[in-house]
Design a protein around this ligand. Sequence first.
Ligand code: UDX
Length: 439
Amino acid sequence: MKIAIAGCGYVGLVTGVCLAEAGHEVTCVDIDRSKVKRLTQGIPPMYEPGLKQLLKRNLEQERIHFHVNGKAAYEQADVLMIAVGTPQQADGQADLQYVFQAAKEMGIAAKSGAVLVVKSTVPIGTCDQIDRVVHQELGRNEPLYIASNPEFLREGSAISDTLRADRLVIGAETKDVLDRLEEMYADFHLPFVKTDRKSAEMIKYASNAFLATKISFMNEIASICERTGADVEMVAEGMGLDHRIGPSFLRAGIGYGGSCFPKDANALVQIAGHVSHDFELLKAVIKVNNHQRVCFIRTIQERLGAKLEGNRIALLGLSFKPNTDDIREAPSIPIAHDLHQLGAELVAYDPVAMRQAACELPDSVQFTQTIEEAVKGADAVCILTEWSDIQLFPLHSYKDLMRQPIIFDGRNCHSLQEAEQAGVEYHSIGRRPVSPIFM
Ligand code: UDX
């Protein structure tokens, strides 16, 4: 099949290379000229395991192409995909201007009977609106079938999430369109959920909001564990073995971040509001998430003092989660600003996200190339992202390198036994503190 994709961000690019890998002829379109140039040379705009190799292979086999202007690709495509951003507006609603811009360009250029697939996360009813714009506002006479196909890939595991997804959700108004999209994905050998467009659009928001709810729920449980002496890691393990609950997304920490959960949760609150439904549960999820960072800072202040002048604090991990250089809505950013405001001297390490983070962090933050350099002479360490090199860094090394070995672990990277054996002071989320003084 010939496939044209508008948008070379995470969703568009990863979908593009995976569809090319499945043997389709794919053209990805992006308005960013330098991004397109680099992609043509095989250089992805973001760090994502496995992406570079897949991109290179499909460029060499001429199954994937990149362009600034989509007209020619849109004219020839059997399937056109919209994978542009839907950024959050000031009031929390999704900004759909890029979606409609792409839909109009495609609506003018697409051949008769082609399928226009919306992959971007869009409010319920957007596909219907695109249908109206294309066939009424643009006055298009030939059919262009509009379908929803939300994306569930996670940054850091985007390729395997796409090729080995739990399910592919397709929403369309006719069986023929559903079958054509099933055929496009046939080589992926994945289970399909075939439904109407509105339900498909809702599945995406509901899934992300539910996962965010699981995380905030566990963060609330963690707070209660801290006050009662229970251990949230044991609690999560015990809960997760119940098949009805499942073990994933039960990790307590300093809160969820990234380009999706915060944006999509806010957007769903707005969507509900538009149909006069006050989504109180989801509002609480968002509130709890924002509060996690406040609690983390409070723990640091309780130990080091209300003012942090004279304290050198090492921040380990800056990206919103491991295996990505994305720092959008990363808890590390507000935490660093708060610590800076309180007078701490900050030094930071991240294996890949330091360049991106430098633009968002206070100017005075020093960056180091290794964990050792960051923690050397520090009065405290804050673990903010569970990168594997940070998890594997031996706790006894903190004792050897730091001025005083006090660790605030926002991601529960270590067991309490390890901390006890290493003789460090260790504060984590939802577990009792470990201190050589308490032993
Ligand atoms: C998410 C969805 O998982 C994906 O399906 C959707 O398409 C896009 O949004 P992503 O943002 O890449 O993907 O990351 P994910 O792995 O889901 O983690 C999101 C955030 O939740 C991270 O900040 C992570 O640290 C946090 N998290 C995750 C927790 O705090 N606890 C957990 O148990 C799991």
